[in-house]
Design a protein around this ligand. Structure first.
Ligand code: 4AZ
Length: 384
């Protein structure tokens, strides 16, 4: 689903519906209460594909914009799945017949997809949902990007800018020092080395939004917790959590990323995206607009080769970039996010910008703190 969803276009408007679908032949288990579990992802993929097939073979084909599994709860003989359905209608169309049309397609078409699990339509319902409510529901789901603007700018040899709602800038005296990532309404993740010169939380502010100036929102810092094993000049355990003095109310422009489970195996050779306001090249200038770069995750065995980092990559680290050089994170990106997206376009934080031998040099990819390795440490201090 393209999540450029909250605005209509010219003479058209988006309509949101909440479908409560009773699914039989499926046993509820606790993992389904978490949006980020494999079970939730599998069920989401199944239902969203089913909705796509249903509406794409119907009279509403051109009006259907997408669907999203939002919540799953236990129900007698199965589970109840709350699904948001999105349509683009013309402004002149009447609301009530629209919902009836959607309902009719569901009634007629969904019955054609029986499987071991299937939707019991007699125990399902459909209701209207206001746009603001839909936006609130989407903003509460971790790792979704709504405002997909396009633009062109670069991180060291990088690509275009976009919107990354969990990205924050850590500042001292209103000067950008490091990146950070929003992981809840009050907690951010960053790099321990960012606080080398100042561990006092009152010296720091956090800004949100794509531009450093003007910022979309500013918050103060209540607590900084640095990994107890981190030592300056070592690169190991380069992780810190920060708590804000005041909670952030999530919007489409500011909300949290997803965290992978500690047992998640992060594959290598896949694409990841690093974002930040760091230097555009080694010792270069700081941009005002957030930059993004797509990099490849690199096998630690390869990254530990003599000509690369010669054994310096520890289990708590992750390399990403290109051995031929070019696209990379750089000074000032530190503490910021390295993310990957899953099959439902949810973005997960896999790394924290940590170190590297300059920026963009051949055989010197960026090195990141491996979030899965520190996942339990994060839970210990934040409860997340
Ligand atoms: C730094 O000094 C830094 N190329 C950050 C990232 C990288 C190198 C240096 C990765 O903050």
């Amino acid at each position: 689903m393209d999540l450029g969803v909250f605005r209509g276009f010219r003479d058209q408007k988006l309509s949101f519906y909440k479908g409560n679908f009773k699914i039989t032949g499926l046993q509820y288990n606790g993992a389904l209460s978490r949006q980020t579990s494999d079970q939730f992802r599998d069920l989401g993929n199944w239902i969203e594909k089913l909705m796509y097939e249903t509406f794409h073979n119907s009279v509403l084909k051109r009006k259907y914009r997408g669907s999203r599994l939002v919540r799953v709860s236990p129900d007698t003989g199965g589970v109840m799945a709350q699904v948001m359905l999105i349509f683009l209608f013309s402004r002149t169309e009447n609301e009530i017949p629209l919902r009836m049309a959607v309902n009719r397609v569901l009634q007629q078409r969904l019955q054609m997809y029986p499987g071991s699990a299937h939707i019991d339509l007699s125990s399902s319902s459909l209701s209207d949902m206001k746009g603001e409510m839909a936006e609130r529901i989407f903003s509460d789901i971790c790792g979704l990007r709504h405002n997909r603007s396009s633009g062109t700018s670069r991180i060291t040899g990088g690509v275009s800018s976009g919107e990354w709602p969990w990205q924050a800038s850590l500042q001292r005296n209103n000067i950008h020092r490091c990146g950070a990532t929003l992981i809840s309404n009050t907690w951010l993740l960053s790099a321990a080395h960012c606080f080398r010169e100042a561990k006092n939380p009152h010296k720091w502010t956090v800004s949100f939004g794509t531009y450093l100036s003007p910022p979309l929102m500013i918050r103060l810092v209540k607590t900084i917790i640095i990994h107890e094993k981190y030592q300056y000049r070592d690169h190991e355990h380069d992780i810190a959590v920060l708590q804000l003095t005041k909670s952030v109310e999530f919007t489409s422009a500011i909300h949290r990323v997803c965290l992978p489970d500690s047992n998640e195996k992060i594959p290598y050779n896949i694409d990841a995206v690093v974002t930040g306001w760091g230097a555009l090249n080694n010792d270069g200038e700081t941009p005002n607009v957030l930059q993004e770069a797509t990099v490849k995750l690199i096998d630690s065995k390869v990254c530990n080769r003599r000509e690369v980092y010669n054994g310096a990559i520890k289990p708590g680290m992750l390399c990403a970039g290109y051995l031929e050089g070019g696209i990379d994170s750089c000074q000032g990106d530190s503490g910021g996010p390295l993310t990957t997206s899953d099959s439902r376009k949810m973005w997960y934080l896999v790394g924290i910008v940590s170190w590297g031998d300059e920026c963009g040099k051949p055989n010197k990819p960026g090195v990141y703190t491996r979030v899965t390795y520190y996942r339990d440490w994060i839970t210990k201090y934040t409860g997340l």
